[in-house]
Design a protein around this ligand. Structure first.
Ligand SMILES: [Zn+2]
Length: 280
């Protein structure tokens, strides 16, 4: 069953947009359509339900959430959360969605990080191990945050889950309908694929966030320059352009992404990164 009032409001919102999209033959309409079909509140509901299911017993083997069972492990987790928060704080308020961003660590030797609509970001210990310094780790977080501020995952979920299943999830009368719909699109949500165009945008936007957090803004580029060009999980959902490193370096040189980079703090960043990772 659908709530008549919200269904009415969706339909009255959607109809003029469909007419508009038909009249703009060559437009890239998904951004416009995405915000009308899925509000930030909807994104948050989807993401929150996804996070509950990811942490459930049935998904524990595939997504083992980091178990901070010792003081040292708690300190590692706090380091990830503090780093995450400092990158988040560098995002201009005007670019932030209304919902807060959250980070969880998945304890698996997989080179990947992903996010779902609603501000939920998951980072694997495998990619933390791949990073050489804090700027590279923070770069991965900044890149994922940029996908969220630009609503790339919201638009991807519309394309990849399909509209009818999404509408079932979002217009359902009770929580179990949302829960069932999220369960049926769980694997889609955990592997939302973005376009190369979105990927370049997340590199550029994430590089700005990274620099504004006072870290070396080339972190995203230097990490990915050391990755193999195939065979890693990250690349299956984040298709890189051929000259990712060159594009980031050009941006850093030309648009002031490095204006807040505090080189005097590099040694401090490096030692706290290494100390925290040793406790992982
Ligand atoms: Zn990406």
């Amino acid at each position: 069953m659908m709530k008549p009032s919200s269904l009415f409001s969706k339909i009255t919102t959607i109809l003029p947009v469909l007419a508009l999209s038909m009249s703009m033959m060559q437009c890239s309409c998904s951004d416009t359509l995405g915000s009308l079909f899925i509000s930030e509140d909807d994104e948050l509901r989807l993401g929150t339900e996804f996070d509950v299911q990811l942490r459930s017993e049935v998904n524990r083997e595939e997504y083992p959430i980091y178990n901070a069972s010792t003081v040292e492990k708690q300190e590692f987790q706090e380091y990830i959360e503090t780093t995450f928060e400092s990158v988040y704080n560098a995002i201009p308020k005007s670019e932030r969605p209304a919902y807060p961003f959250k980070v969880a660590i998945i304890e698996k030797d997989v080179i990947n990080a992903f996010a779902v609509p609603g501000g939920y970001i998951y980072v694997y210990t495998g990619i933390v191990n791949k990073a050489n310094n804090e700027a590279e780790l923070a770069g991965v977080l900044a890149h994922e945050m940029a996908h969220i501020t630009k609503h790339h995952y919201r638009d991807a979920v519309m394309k990849q889950a399909g509209l009818s299943i999404l509408m079932d999830a979002l217009l359902g009368e009770n929580a179990s309908q949302l829960s069932q719909a999220v369960a049926s699109m769980f694997s889609t949500l955990s592997q939302l694929k973005v376009s190369r165009e979105n990927e370049d945008d997340a590199d550029a936007t994430g590089t700005r966030y990274l620099g504004d957090s006072r870290r070396n803004p080339t972190g995203i580029a230097t990490l990915f320059s050391r990755m193999p060009s195939s065979g890693i999980d990250w690349l299956s959902t984040h298709p890189a352009s051929t000259d990712r490193v060159g594009a980031v370096n050009k941006l850093v040189g030309s648009e002031g992404a490095a204006k807040s980079w505090d080189t005097s703090e590099e040694a401090k960043f490096q030692s706290r990164f290494e100390a925290a990772r040793a406790k992982m």
